[in-house]
Design a protein around this ligand. Structure first.
Ligand code: ZN
Length: 316
């Protein structure tokens, strides 16, 4: 292909562009946070484990409830202060997951997982990003109620942004797990893989958790070697994306392959293959002869692959 294809307007990366001001410096001010919650403009999102509760609103959906409305839905656990929308407080409230499932029968609500909300575009980015923030933070609380140092039950402080141990005094902070997701590139070919958990015909970038003592670049090279047997040299950062499943940060990059012979790790992947740029263009257009698709725009993989298709040199 002589000139770069035009794939049309660029969609927004999912869960990104959070409009809330986090005002971290106010989290320790209990009177400020209580006043924001009592304010008539306050709103909260409702998270029950993997499920989100949306309000049916005419033909659309709304993720925002009054905080007291959320508390009336089901038994709650933690409540966290997400930040301010202009001057209005935004909160995330955790509902008991089993009681949340029981809300599926309510005609005024939609109880659904966050991925489906994102893929189906049920709420706008202004609500999707705070939902991701709430889900990741509340998932951390659900898994970290006891001190990892001494085993005592910990207390929530800083409006949900810290847990403190009353016994050994250790402070525990919300955790984000970095994942590197990379497209290995060899000239006009890129390496895509298929994991068994993917929907039929979907191929994507390889990915893996960054390990302690490892840089993003080193993790990209290691994962590409482990999963596909491909060596990589230069690794260039592209963009990152909150990925609240349960609390990751996807760090996207392009990696320059220095070998071509694939050896698939069948424990990690069903398959891995080199594809030409022309083939990948057909995937974007839904015209690939084998019906192969790439992930939807909600996922950073879509954007990493697209950048390689559209840009002259992603390593420049
Ligand atoms: Zn402790």
């Amino acid at each position: 292909m002589s000139s770069r294809p035009d794939l049309g307007p660029k969609p927004l990366l999912g869960y990104s562009a959070n409009p809330l001001a986090r005002v971290a410096e106010r989290r320790g001010d209990a009177a400020f946070v209580a006043a924001r919650e009592a304010d008539p403009d306050a709103a909260a999102v409702a998270v029950g484990g993997e499920l989100i509760v949306l309000k049916k609103n005419g033909s659309g959906f709304d993720a925002l409830f009054r905080p007291d409305e959320v508390r009336a839905l089901a038994p709650t656990t933690e409540s966290v202060f997400l930040g301010l929308a202009h001057t209005a407080g935004r909160f995330g409230i955790a509902l008991d997951p089993e009681a949340t499932k029981a809300l599926k029968g309510r005609p005024d609500l939609l109880v659904i997982d966050l991925r489906s909300i994102a893929v189906q575009g049920l709420v706008g980015p202004d609500q999707l990003a705070p939902l991701a923030e709430a889900k990741a933070l509340l998932a951390w609380h659900a898994r970290h109620r006891y001190c990892a140092n001494c085993g005592a039950r910990t207390n929530v402080t800083q409006a949900g942004w810290k847990r403190e141990c009353p016994e050994c005094k250790v402070e525990h902070f919300p955790r984000t797990d970095p994942v590197v997701i990379m497209l290995a590139v060899d000239g006009d070919h890129c390496l895509l893989g298929r994991a068994g958990r993917f929907v039929a015909n979907m191929w994507s970038c390889l990915a893996g958790f960054i390990e302690p003592g490892e840089s993003m670049e080193e993790a990209a090279r290691r994962e590409t070697m482990e999963e596909a047997g491909i060596a990589c040299g230069r690794v260039k950062y592209f963009a990152s994306q909150p990925w609240p499943f349960p609390m990751s940060l996807m760090i996207g990059c392009h990696a320059q392959a220095t070998s071509t012979e694939i050896t698939v790790d069948r424990k990690e992947l069903e398959d891995a293959r080199w594809f030409t740029r022309d083939e990948v263009v057909l995937m974007f257009r839904g015209e690939h002869p084998e019906g192969i698709m790439i992930p939807p725009p909600i996922a950073i993989a879509h954007h990493i692959i697209r950048a390689w298709v559209e840009e002259d040199d992603v390593f420049r």
